[in-house]
Design a protein around this ligand. Structure first.
Ligand SMILES: Nc1nc2c(c(=O)[nH]1)N[C@H]1C(S)=C(S)[C@@H](COP(=O)(O)O)O[C@H]1N2
Ligand SMILES: [Mo]
Length: 332
């Protein structure tokens, strides 16, 4: 079966999307050693799931079913049905709710897929704000995992999609082949079901998906975050100009400002790389005149609504970590 799955993936040729992503602006990528690249290559993209063995699905046998409350025309789609629809391509950063401050569970990729709003409209689904009875979309994967997404957000015009492609290739098995959801602005556990085979329209009142049953929040928009990629913790840079650089994200709101503080000094505004879209992360850098001795570097971001990333430390449970990322270095 694994061989059939691999063969079915090898045969896929991603069609050119009718709505391509605009090219990543050249100035969205800064050339600083140790900084995460703007687009995270598939092999480096974080992986978080409960699968002990990565599901290997034969795309030719796979089906996606859409049904549930307020679904006037329930439907079943094959992989080919979806692949040959009008596709969109978008750059979107994905973040895990279990990412600790400074952690690695965030990545930015170019996704290709079918607009979820289009599929749902075809099935006769209306958002709650227009009288639809379902406010929760429960996606179920072939391994029984369930993730619940607010229907209103899926249908509010953002680029929520059923993704088939990742960075120009069919989804890697580990990232959900043949199809997964991607919804800008929401943590992965409430939006990004991999290996999805069933989408049920229901309500938050009547059903708790897997992680919600285990104490995580029903609704979880991504918190504004920022991370220092370089220098690394406990690095020993030489005195002189040291490039401090990293990434910041506030998917679907956008990043407006990043500031860095050395020890207890004033906040200094970092240089922000050009914005691709407000659904992606943004690189930043600051040349620091490093003087000998131990120093603490701290970063914070401000999103486009004007809200400064909170200093208040929160654990990942129930709706995502918060607090500022700091790195301690010794300048020699
Ligand atoms: N089927 C399935 N989908 C899943 C999960 C899972 O455990 N099973 N984990 C979710 C979580 S918590 C996150 S953060 C994202 C991670 O996607 P990635 O592994 O492609 O980075 O997938 C989501 N989709
Ligand atoms: Mo996650």
């Amino acid at each position: 079966r694994g061989r059939d799955a691999a063969a079915s993936r090898d045969r896929v040729v991603l069609p050119r999307p009718g709505s391509p992503a605009r090219p990543v602006p050249a100035r969205a990528g800064l050339r600083v050693a140790g900084l995460s690249p703007f687009t995270t290559p598939n092999r480096d993209f974080y992986r978080v799931d409960t699968a002990l063995v990565v599901p290997k699905i034969d795309a030719t046998r796979w089906r996606l079913r859409i049904h549930g409350e307020g679904v006037r025309r329930p439907a079943v789609y094959s992989y080919d049905d979806l692949l040959h629809r009008d596709l969109i391509e978008r750059d979107i950063a994905l973040t895990c709710v279990s990412n600790e401050v400074g952690g690695p569970y965030v990545g930015n990729a170019r996704w290709t897929g079918v607009r979820l709003a289009e599929l749902l409209a075809e099935c006769g689904v209306r958002p709650p704000s227009r009288g639809g009875p379902a406010d929760q979309l429960v996606a179920r994967s072939v391994d029984g995992m369930t993730l619940g997404t607010p229907v209103e957000e899926v249908l509010d015009g953002r680029d929520a999609m059923l993704a088939l492609g990742m960075n120009g290739e069919p989804l890697p098995f580990a990232h959900g082949f043949p199809a997964r959801m991607v919804v800008p602005g929401l943590y992965g556990y409430v939006s990004a079901c991999k290996w999805v085979e069933d989408i049920e329209l229901t309500t938050f009142d009547s059903y708790d998906p897997y992680w919600v049953e285990r104490g995580w929040a029903r609704r979880a928009p991504v918190k504004t975050g920022s991370r220092i990629d370089t220098p690394k913790p406990f690095a020993r840079p030489r005195a002189g100009t040291v490039m401090v650089a990293g990434v910041a994200w506030a998917q679907h709101r956008g990043i407006d400002k990043v500031e860095v503080r050395v020890d207890d000094g004033p906040w200094q505004q970092a240089h922000l790389a050009a914005e691709d879209t407000r659904d992606t992360w943004r690189q930043w850098s600051l040349p620091w005149r490093a003087t000998e001795g131990g120093h603490t570097l701290t970063v914070r971001a401000t999103d486009r609504t004007g809200r400064v990333q909170t200093e208040e430390r929160a654990r990942t449970l129930p709706d995502g970590a918060s607090g500022w990322h700091s790195v301690v270095v010794t300048v020699e």
